[in-house]
Design a protein around this ligand. Structure first.
Ligand SMILES: [Cu+2]
Length: 458
């Protein structure tokens, strides 16, 4: 990992120079806009991120610069985070932490090497805008994916409500009656928001996207959980899938027919298509503890399109770490001792809907690191909800779950279920002031947000 990282950095210096020569032609424009979509027959006005060409999000090839002008065409301030990319601190898109928000009618510019490669995504980090669908795919196609020639299918899953995010949050924070409060302290809570629909590429199963695929061929799925607060179980039905990457980072191949995808996580799956499929093949995401699902249909030539119900026969199970324990990084971090181990307690409860992160036993304390250190985060979840924990600016590797040591996946977030301790390590190689938080939007808004800061970074 150390060597390959160094070679990437050397390569990126050359790219910076090449890009300066050709900047005007390489720069992409991304626009934050309002638009209206149809959700089960009703119009919904929500946000989106599109290029000037109308293309959704951004797709680059390995070796390209991330060179973007971001225009805010909304009537409200905004700020977009490039999730899973490790840009310089000031380009990370967290308002008031890495840069001021972008005012309506204003723009901001970003230029950095597009690393790491793989399936990333982008989303607003301003207020509760992410719940209003201000998110899009951000794919940096690996050289291996490009040369494989495989057809790629990008699917972004989201949770949708007719209730405004502000009202959802207000009702979550309302004091609960005692019986609910005491229930909440002993039984895990799978969900705290009841959504009206789940979307796959902005569509419900009443009118799903149908994607033509080659009969008997292989395709590469790039699946993104862009939901505000829903963990999904990906259901491939009878199809044989092979996990290639999680959160864009390669893992040893793992054969699957279902795979958990926590909030903000991604998975790339190579999918073998049967030679003789009479009907189009669904790729579904079912909400944790819910029967509600969303998905796309893969249609081999000649296959009929059958209706897939929006409500499955059985709810998806609780999303745990059974699969996580099987994942092994294909490109692990270099073996080296940990220089600094930081205890992080995840705190809070459903009753009061107050969530927190206590670093070294204190709420409000940042994780403090020095450049060059190998840092370990020990996340202990004493609450009865799971928390998808995300550190900006760095990719961490999962090293231990409830005492079980592993050379686990390189990730950006790790789901920490109730009563679980997860250890991850990262190399402090990107000086700045970074957000470190739960990626459940409402948990974050209710206080599960901390920072990681480098000594003498500015
Ligand atoms: Cu959380």
């Amino acid at each position: 990992m150390r060597l390959s990282r160094r070679s990437l950095l050397v390569g990126s210096t050359a790219l910076v120079m090449a890009s300066r020569a050709a900047r005007s032609s390489d720069r992409r424009v991304l626009r934050l806009e309002s638009r209206t979509i149809d959700v089960n027959g009703r119009p919904a006005t929500r946000y989106r991120v599109v290029q000037s060409s109308g293309a959704w999000g951004l797709t680059l090839d390995q070796g390209e610069m991330f060179d973007v002008r971001l225009e805010n065409r909304l009537s409200v301030p905004s700020s977009v985070h490039w999730h899973g990319m490790n840009p310089p601190w000031r380009q990370d898109g967290v308002p008031f932490l890495s840069a001021p928000p972008i005012a309506p009618g204003q723009a901001a510019e970003y230029t950095f090497p597009a690393v790491p490669v793989g399936t990333r995504w982008m989303h607003s980090h301003f207020g509760l805008q992410e719940q209003n669908l201000l998110a899009a795919p951000l794919i940096v196609r690996e050289q291996s994916a490009i040369s494989s020639g495989l057809q790629e299918v990008v699917v972004m899953f989201e949770d949708f409500s007719w209730t405004s995010p502000r009202e959802i949050f207000a009702s979550l924070r309302k004091p609960k009656p005692m019986n609910m409060a005491s229930m909440g302290s002993s039984v895990p809570d799978l969900n705290d928001v009841t959504y009206d629909a789940f979307l796959a590429n902005d569509r419900t199963l009443a009118d799903p996207q149908v994607i033509d695929v080659e009969k008997g061929g292989e395709i590469r799925l790039r699946l993104i959980n862009a939901a505000a607060s829903t963990n999904f179980m990906i259901e491939l039905g009878e199809l044989d899938g092979r996990v290639l990457t999680v959160d864009g980072n390669p893992v040893r191949p793992l054969e699957v027919r279902r795979f958990p995808l926590a909030v903000a996580q991604r998975v790339d799956i190579a999918l073998r298509l049967p030679a003789g499929a009479a009907t189009a093949l669904p790729v579904l995401a079912r909400g944790e503890g819910r029967r509600l699902q969303a998905g796309v249909l893969l249609r081999p030539a000649g296959a009929a399109v059958a209706k897939i119900p929006e409500t499955a026969a059985a709810p998806a199970p609780a999303i745990g770490l059974a699969e996580e324990l099987q994942l092994r990084a294909e490109a692990p971090l270099a073996a080296r001792p940990v220089d600094r181990s930081v205890p992080v307690d995840l705190t809070g409860d459903m009753a009061g809907y107050v969530w927190g992160m206590s670093v070294h036993g204190m709420e409000g304390l940042p994780v403090t690191v020095a450049k060059g250190e190998r840092v370990e985060l020990v996340m202990r979840n004493a609450t009865m909800m799971s928390h998808p924990m995300h550190l900006h600016g760095h990719s961490f590797q999962v090293t231990e779950i409830n005492g079980q040591v592993l050379a686990g996946a390189v990730r950006d977030p790790i789901l920490v279920p109730p009563r679980t301790t997860a250890k991850v390590v990262f190399d402090a190689d990107n000086p700045g002031l970074w957000a470190y938080h739960c990626h459940n939007l409402y948990h974050m808004a209710a206080g599960m947000f901390a920072t990681a800061v480098y000594r003498g970074f500015s």
